[in-house]
Design a protein around this ligand. Structure first.
Ligand code: FAD
Length: 305
């Protein structure tokens, strides 16, 4: 057996199955025309954040990949980009976690079961342009940054045996800002090393005192055992946190090609036409949101770009 056959066989043995893709809609919808989706359930994650499950009223959007986003439209109010945060192996529905920060996100976060929202997409480059990682994985999430990372976490959990060490470092301003807290134990029981830290130890969502770690995500990240040559890192959160986490990982020898970040800019069209989300030479809706740290580092180095 020559080296190339061995490589092919090794890759096949490692391959993580692609999500089941439902039958395509009869005609691909125009990327600018929102399709009506019915809200089938609403879960309140925190005081300002909810997770909506949506199902197509009629035609469905094409299947999505972890790290992609849709443009969600609250009729008569406006449209915003929101990451898909559900299970990539459940393509029959869309799951979106939305923080109420302004007019449109407020309208979407106020939706109830039975309401109809418009959705376009999916758009952008996801986390897995180069496929699933082959060895160890570190996922670093700050605040709502865990939303676009959760589909990756679901894939890691579903195919745990295919990966080496898998660590998830989650940070938030306070315990009441942590999302998906009820899933952390399930992820641990599937073999993920889940470490949680908060900036301030105020009571959690149920009013209980915080007994966990206090400090920035870079503190638990510094304690994660790493084999830099075998590690892929996924990082999402506020820009300052992504910069610090990516620098810390790079300092420990993880290649800047193996550190992936998701960039965020205000968007309008979602398809690289309007120029609203320009960041340096990139349009984030088209060239991102997920990019390597090698690509992002010069952009993140310029404040207010
Ligand atoms: C690719 C991508 C994925 C996103 N995924 C999610 C997600 O999964 N869940 C979620 O809740 N939000 C997500 N966002 C952010 C979301 O789009 C904004 O919160 C939303 O556009 C705010 O619109 P608004 O009308 O509610 O508030 P506005 O009235 O527009 O703004 C309210 C406040 O939020 C700030 N703001 C507005 N837009 C952004 C933005 N894009 N980034 C940072 N701050 C902003 C404004 O400066 C202002 O302080 C994502 C953004 C992008 C670009």
């Amino acid at each position: 057996m020559n080296a190339s056959t061995r490589d092919t066989r090794a890759r096949a043995a490692h391959a993580v199955p692609a999500p089941a893709i439902p039958a395509p809609a009869a005609t691909r919808p125009s990327p600018m025309a929102p399709l009506p989706y019915v809200v089938t359930s609403v879960h309140r994650d925190t005081y300002d954040t909810v997770t909506l499950v949506l199902e197509p009223e009629d035609a469905a959007l094409p299947s999505w990949e972890p790290g992609q986003f849709t443009m969600m439209y609250a009729f008569g109010v406006g449209e915003i980009p929101v990451s898909v945060s559900g299970d990539p192996y459940r393509q029959d529905r869309l799951v979106h976690t939305v923080r109420d920060v302004g007019a449109v996100s407020h309208a979407i976060a106020s939706a109830r079961a039975g309401d109809v929202l418009g959705v376009r997409g999916p758009f952008g480059h996801g986390w897995l342009s180069d496929g699933w990682p082959q060895h160890d994985v570190v996922v670093v999430a700050g605040g709502l940054g865990l939303a676009p990372l959760r589909p990756v976490v679901y894939g890691l959990v579903a195919h745990r045996a295919k990966f080496g060490r898998v660590t998830l470092v989650v940070g938030a301003r306070t315990p009441a800002d942590l999302v998906y807290t009820r899933e952390y134990e399930a992820w641990r029981s599937c073999g993920l090393d889940v470490r949680v830290t908060v900036d301030r130890a105020t009571p959690d969502q149920d009013g209980r005192p915080w007994t966990g770690q206090v400090g920035l995500v870079t503190a638990p990240l510094a304690r994660v055992a790493l084999d830099p040559e075998r590690t892929t890192a996924f990082v999402c959160g506020p820009e300052v946190m992504m910069r610090a986490a990516a620098e810390a990982l790079a300092d420990r020898g993880v290649s800047d090609q193996q550190i992936l970040l998701s960039l965020e800019r205000s968007m309008k069209c979602g398809i690289g036409v309007c120029g609203h989300c320009q960041l340096g030479p990139d349009l984030i809706c088209r060239d991102g949101p997920c990019v390597t740290y090698r690509h992002a580092a010069p952009l993140l180095a310029v404040k207010e770009l």
